[in-house]
Design a protein. Structure first.
Length: 627
């Protein structure tokens, strides 16, 4: 027994206690070496997946600590498949066995969608990540809500998921509110009547909101051609913030009135005063009216009125009264020569046209024309080769010289030569056309499926149309003929700024078509690089291809190729037997090409084209795109 005074005994006791205390953790740690790892409680998730999650944390032969147990638990929970994870140990020979016990989350037994009408359940199931048999994961459900609303936007609708979650039986339900139009507000108008704008808006309050429908409304408002901009804004409804939206259209009116005054002088007309007044928004009702006058040296007038809303079916009416002198061009080729290739022609009369839409894209029209056309002021001449004997030369038919055999005329008196006996050429002259009255009816149809960001500047879509015009004495005219025309236009976007545009036109005539009603090809609107009205004929075939690039909001550039011809036919004159043939009796593919500029101006969009062809080069000016 140690005595209290025995200092050596006390020291020995303290050393023994310190050794026992110090050796405790070392012995315990040695006993905590991991010998095995087991997984329990998993039914759907493979234990290999769970073991892979903790492979870098729990390793056989390494010590086990409380920190490693917590890290392993968090790693398994991050998989998102489990409600709870418990990491425990069991003493075994040579160390401990780690047991990872998991409680798997509930699984989706069924997926329901409530409130969807424009998208099917199948379309929505394809859009979401959650599937039947998957574990219920709130993070994935939030992702699914976003994907459902995005799917609605891609289809042009607004759909809001107001509730989403599973019940105790594993039924995952998404409750959807599809947006309806609460009302449509119009702002920014100053002169235009509000009802004029609302007539173009087919979307009504209470209707299901659809972006495509609103875009169609905006295109129709733009189609009035009285606004520079129409800006839409969509915001939550006031009466029903969950399922209602308010559509606000802000319009910016453009100047629609135009007055111009010009003076011109020529040797032919002396001084000419030109006055023009026009307005494309008369009385704020989108009516269009114009008056064009030419006074003093040349007197002409043209009065026109357009009513877009003649009745509740949006039937339009276009009326014109005119007495106009216009400059025409005739290039006769080798068979016909003229002292001038340009001549003035006067047309006096009236036209009226009624048009009605039958669908969003289709429109039918019927029109009537009654006008008197003056004969040309210039004569065409034809040179005939003389032939021997009376009747040895006959009048050329369409510029081709015909000869007869020498006549059987033994009693020919040399002092009284017949036509054709002289040695010199015979020249026959006649006005290019005798003029006359044209009375006709026209029936037309168009399907316009173009999409434009600006009026008359389509970026995609197509337009197709056809028309028939019949003129005849039954309507009070001097000549009988029929003309059938067809047109196809196509627009394809090439990136954000570029557009490939194509137009194919064709026409054919029947009956006694006068020269002044023939088809023409050449010039700013048909075949660039050639003179205006360079080719004439009873038939027309034309292809225009343009590559358009928007440089800015105000400027654009164009590269173009035009291929076509007006061909076929012979035109009578007032001289019996004297006919003017079309230069091309068969189709000849005349080709023109070049580059052009487009600009937005206060007078409207203008174009300037530089065309090149086998006959030289031409500069063409016009308004708007060629098609």
């Amino acid at each position: 027994m140690l005595q209290l005074g025995d200092s050596k005994g006390i020291v020995s006791l303290l050393i023994l206690v310190v050794l026992v205390v110090a050796s405790g953790p070392v012995i315990g740690q040695a006993q905590q070496l991991i010998t095995a790892i087991q997984v329990g409680g998993n039914e759907y998730i493979s234990q290999d997946v769970i073991l892979a999650d903790v492979a870098e944390i729990l390793k056989i032969g390494e010590p086990f600590t409380a920190a490693k147990a917590e890290a392993a638990r968090e790693a398994v929970l991050r998989e998102g498949y489990f409600e709870d994870v418990v990491v425990s140990t069991r003493a075994v020979e040579g160390g401990i066995e780690v047991i990872i016990s998991v409680v798997e989350k509930s699984r989706i037994d069924k997926i329901l969608f409530v409130g969807n009408t424009v998208l099917t359940d199948e379309e929505l199931r394809e859009a979401i990540v959650s599937k039947v048999g998957h574990v219920i994961d709130t993070r994935i459900i939030r992702v699914d809500v976003t994907r459902i609303e995005e799917t609605y936007r891609k289809h042009g609708y607004v759909g809001r998921v107001v509730d989403a979650g599973p019940d105790e039986f594993g039924v995952l339900t998404f409750i959807i509110n599809e947006a309806h139009v609460e009302r449509i507000d119009i702002k920014g108008r100053k002169r235009t009547k509000e009802w004029v704008i609302r007539r173009q808006i087919h979307t009504k309050p209470g209707a299901l909101y659809r972006e495509q429908d609103i875009s169609g409304d905006i295109r129709r408002v733009f189609g009035l051609n009285i606004f520079q901009n129409v800006t839409p804004d969509i915001r939550e409804g006031e009466e029903d913030p969950l399922s209602g939206v308010i559509v606000e259209l802000t319009v910016e009116e453009k100047p629609t009135g135009l007055a111009s005054f010009a003076l011109a002088y020529s040797n032919l007309d002396d001084l000419v005063v030109m006055l023009s007044l026009s307005d494309s928004n008369l009385r704020g009702r989108a009516e269009r009216g114009s008056v064009d006058l030419e006074l003093f040296g040349r007197t002409s007038f043209n009065v026109r009125f357009y009513e877009p809303f003649l009745d509740r079916h949006d039937t339009s009416m276009d009326v014109a009264l005119f007495d106009m002198e216009r400059r025409r061009r005739f290039v006769g080729g080798a068979a016909i020569s003229m002292p001038e290739d340009e001549y003035d022609e006067r047309r006096t009369g009236s036209t009226v046209k009624f048009s009605r839409p039958t669908s969003e894209t289709d429109r039918w029209s019927i029109g009537f024309r009654n006008e008197k056309v003056s004969s040309s002021f210039y004569e065409g001449t034809q040179v005939l080769t003389p032939g021997p004997g009376a009747g040895g030369a006959s009048v050329a038919q369409g510029g081709s010289n015909t000869h007869s055999l020498p006549p059987d005329n033994p009693d020919l008196d040399p002092d009284k030569p017949d036509p054709g006996d002289g040695p010199g050429p015979i020249i026959i002259a006649a006005p290019l056309h005798p003029g006359g009255r044209i009375s006709s009816a026209t029936l037309g149809w168009t399907r316009d499926a173009r999409i434009s960001d600006k009026r008359n500047n389509p970026r995609s879509g197509f337009l197709v149309g056809t028309s028939w015009e019949g003129a005849g004495s039954i309507l009070g005219g001097d000549t009988d003929f029929n003309q059938l025309t067809a047109e196809w236009r196509h627009y394809r976007p090439m990136g954000k700024r570029d557009v490939l545009a194509m137009r194919l036109m064709g026409g054919i005539s029947f009956g006694n078509l006068p020269l002044f009603e023939s088809f023409v090809a050449g010039g700013a609107n048909t075949l660039r690089g050639y003179d205006e009205e360079r080719f004439r004929g009873e038939k027309l075939l034309l292809l225009n291809i343009e590559y358009r690039r928007n440089i800015s909001d105000k400027f654009g550039a164009v590269a173009f190729v035009d291929i076509g011809d007006a061909f076929g036919g012979r035109y009578a004159t007032i001289v019996p037997g004297f006919e003017i043939p079309a230069e091309d009796q068969e189709f000849e593919p005349h080709v023109g090409g070049g580059i052009g500029l487009r600009a937005e101006t206060p007078l409207g969009p203008i174009r300037l084209d530089f065309g090149f062809s086998s006959e030289g080069s031409q500069v063409h000016f016009g308004f708007g795109q060629i098609f």
